[in-house]
Design a protein around this ligand. Structure first.
Ligand code: NAG
Ligand code: NAG
Ligand code: NAG
Ligand code: NAG
Length: 194
């Protein structure tokens, strides 16, 4: 019943009104926080200080004030997940709005176990004309920052027989993160011992 161009004008007007409506409804400002962030720290360390960009305000930002923030920029973030929240108030409407992001701190163990009692080199004397000798040595032990340590390999045991020559004795300890510490010493039995 309307000519074609009138219909078009009506449609344009409707779109225009919808747009105005959209901007009016949307004029309540919103805060956009930084993205979630993940950091790693050495296992056993207390935490780290991180840096972030201040939240961005979209919409009419002139009358917006930051009224609280859960963490300041000198906070030491401990291992785990922490929510950082900012709350703003919009003066014209008196309404509060907030945004937050999550900081995840993951402890990583890169420290090898600590070995104690890695024997000094030994040069025992075998009895006359015997080509070997039973050698007792003190086995090393180890501790690790994670609290768990495994004896991964030992080339010899105390009381093993050692032949003439210089034999390396190797103990390897590892932790759950796969860090390895090695203790090596030599047992030397020379002809001069005869
Ligand atoms: C940020 O982390 C929180 C909590 O883990 C999660 O609920 C949210 O979806 C994450 N946001 C993004 C943008 O990945
Ligand atoms: C921490 O924030 C305060 C207040 O906004 C600012 O003055 C200071 O420069 C910031 N410090 C760092 C290290 O970003
Ligand atoms: C906004 O937050 C402030 C400070 O916490 C509070 O006094 C005020 O009542 C809040 N406004 C609204 C509308 O919740
Ligand atoms: C090594 O230790 C074992 C057990 O304590 C003992 O029986 C043996 O006599 C020792 N051998 C030497 C060579 O000291």
């Amino acid at each position: 019943m309307f000519p074609y161009h009138t219909k078009l004008i009506v449609i344009f007007c409707m779109i225009f009104l919808l747009k105005i409506n959209f901007w009016t409804v949307d004029s309540q400002p919103v805060a956009i926080c930084p993205s979630n962030a993940t950091f790693s720290i050495e296992l056993g360390s207390q935490g780290i200080v991180i840096f972030w960009e201040e939240p961005t305000i979209l919409g009419s930002s002139e009358d917006v004030t930051l009224i609280s923030q859960s963490h300041s920029n000198d906070t030491i973030f401990p291992p785990g997940v922490t929510e950082v929240m900012f709350t703003f108030t919009d003066a014209p409407s008196g309404s509060n709005f907030s945004c937050s992001f999550f900081v995840e701190i993951i402890p990583i163990d890169t420290t090898p176990p600590v070995i104690t009692g890695c024997s000094m080199d030994l040069s025992p004397c075998p009895p006359f004309e015997q080509p070997y000798i039973e050698v007792n040595f003190t086995e090393p032990t180890a501790t690790d920052i994670s609290g768990s340590v495994y004896l991964q390999s030992a080339s010899h045991k105390p009381g093993d027989l050692f032949m003439y020559g210089r034999t390396p004795v190797t103990y390897e300890f590892s932790d759950p993160a796969g860090n390895v510490a090695t203790c090596r010493f030599y047992i030397s039995i020379v002809h001069g011992n005869l």
